[in-house]
Design a protein. Structure first.
Ligand code: AMP
Length: 472
């Protein structure tokens, strides 16, 4: 299948060929003709599948083929994204694919000055990419006109709901033409009940775009678990990076505070590292990502939400320094590697307190991840500096709440959780290595036995595997 048969204009085909794309990806093959027909779509696709070109190319074609009043300043297509990084990446793609068309685009998100955005909007923007909070700020100041939006795209809709943007989305919908008078495209990695509910509210008889399940994330990624004591994880990580001469490693922690601390420790170990998470300023996040992409920094330590949507090509190594609380996040994390046909490794450092998290992950992906004990770092199960916290603690990335606060500092919560864990540390060191009864008898080196895959479960997320993996 070639791009030429998808019905795209010569200007867009030229841009695609200049990008060096030979063939459309499965999501592009299915989505582009439907969007060009003017259909609403609900597409299951995550970052890495080529979804951005899947909606950007037909969107640009539709806009450029329609006559419009030259003096119109109102936005014609609106793309909503959950994170600033994704917004910036999507707008980059719009510029790239639209380089031979006379359409104007802009990106607006919080954490940066609003005035340059106002100037841009005043000059007229055809395609606007925005995060919900800052878009509403503009709407309140009447610096954006959304009353003539022809095409609406919700990118990574599941993440937007996870991050608590539902109320903002509803407010934004009220500023748009009615849904029958606009085309609606929804992209989501998972189709939870909430997503389905949202799609009923936003879409007109959508065509469901389901691409054949992609084996790539699992098949192309060399997954491994190293059982290791929690207090030796950092040492193991430095050792692996040094001994393997890894040049570019994305490391996941569960908390912002943990990301900062680990990045600092790695630097002290003589490795170049930086952290990216929601408490960093936009400038710092952009700089960290750019440094990492260019190879100026070897290790990027990230939390799940900060990493969401990052398009880092050919990433060779992902390390789960801590397993995620939500098993689906494991699949999203390791999906950062092995992308676009490149092989990658995903290593998880698992202390025995994370056994249950590992079992949940293995049940979700329906396979046992090979265990490899690193000589000299065998897990003893004895040293337990602090228990793994499962619940939302203050230092964790926000999953709910007002999206506008995403990215802002929550120092009080951080301090609280730090104090808690320090207290625990002190108490424990006074108590020596004694262990609570429920952890006795743990045999980390035996390996973790996954439960048989369940067909269905009431637990959120189970049964969604095909959707999570089902991209291209
Ligand atoms: P996305 O899923 O939109 O984040 O895209 C992931 C990556 O795939 C981006 O770096 C795109 O430049 C690239 N890409 C998109 N479409 C194609 C294609 N047809 N062939 C090769 N690479 C592509």
């Amino acid at each position: 299948m070639s791009f030429d048969s998808l019905g795209l204009s010569a200007e867009l085909l030229r841009a695609v060929h200049e990008q060096g794309y030979n063939e459309p990806t499965p999501i592009q093959i299915k989505a582009i003709p439907l969007i060009l027909e003017g259909r609403d779509i609900m597409a299951g696709a995550q970052t890495g599948t080529g979804k951005t070109a899947g909606f950007t190319l037909p969107l640009l074609q539709l806009l450029s083929s329609r006559a419009v009043d030259k003096n119109q300043r109102a936005v014609r297509a609106l793309v909503l994204t959950p994170t600033r990084e994704l917004a910036a990446q999507v707008e980059d793609s719009i510029k790239t694919y639209g380089r031979h068309l006379p359409l104007k685009s802009a990106v607006i998100f919080g954490g940066v000055k609003i005035n340059p955005q106002i100037d841009k909007l005043r000059r007229g923007v055809d395609v606007l990419v925005a995060t919900p909070g800052r878009l509403l700020d503009h709407a309140r100041q009447k610096t954006v006109d959304l009353s003539r939006v022809e095409i609406l795209v919700l990118d990574e809709a599941d993440r937007m709901l996870d991050m608590g943007f539902i109320h903002d989305i509803k407010k934004i919908m009220a500023l748009l033409p009615t849904r029958a008078n606009r085309q609606n495209l929804l992209f989501s990695a998972t189709f939870s009940n909430e997503i389905k509910k949202l799609s009923h509210q936003l879409l007109n008889h959508p065509e469901l775009v389901e691409v054949a399940r992609r084996n790539a994330p699992i098949e192309l990624i060399d997954q491994k678990v190293h059982p290791v004591d929690k207090n030796r994880k950092r040492e193991v990580l430095s050792h692996m990076i040094g001994a393997g001469n890894w040049k570019q490693v994305l490391v996941f922690t569960r908390t912002k505070h943990g990301a900062n601390r680990l990045a600092k420790q790695l630097v002290m170990d003589g490795l170049s590292a930086t952290a990216i998470h929601g408490n960093k300023s936009q400038g710092a996040r952009t700089r960290a990502l750019a440094d990492f992409k260019q190879g100026a920094v070897r290790i990027l330590v990230a939390t799940d939400i900060a990493a969401r949507g990052l398009d880092i090509d050919q990433l060779p190594h992902v390390v789960n320094f801590e397993l995620p609380n939500v098993p689906e996040d494991y699949v999203h994390r390791i999906g950062r590697t092995g992308r676009a046909g490149n092989e990658g490794t995903a290593v998880s450092l698992v202390c025995f307190e994370e056994d249950k998290l590992l079992r949940d992950i293995e049940r979700l992906i329906n396979r046992q991840i090979p265990k490899e004990i690193l000589p000299g770092y065998e897990s003893t199960g004895a040293a337990r500096p602090e228990p793994v916290r499962r619940a939302n603690n203050g230092a964790q990335e926000p999953r709910r709440g007002n999206g506008r606060t995403n990215g802002r500092h929550n120092s009080r919560s951080n301090t609280r959780s730090d104090t808690r864990s320090n207290t625990r540390n002190n108490t424990r060191s006074n108590n020596g290595a004694s262990q609570p009864a429920q952890t006795r008898g743990h045999q980390p080196s035996r390996g973790h036995q996954p439960q048989p895959a369940r067909k269905s479960s009431n637990k959120p997320g189970y049964g969604n595997l095909a959707r999570i993996l089902g991209s291209d």
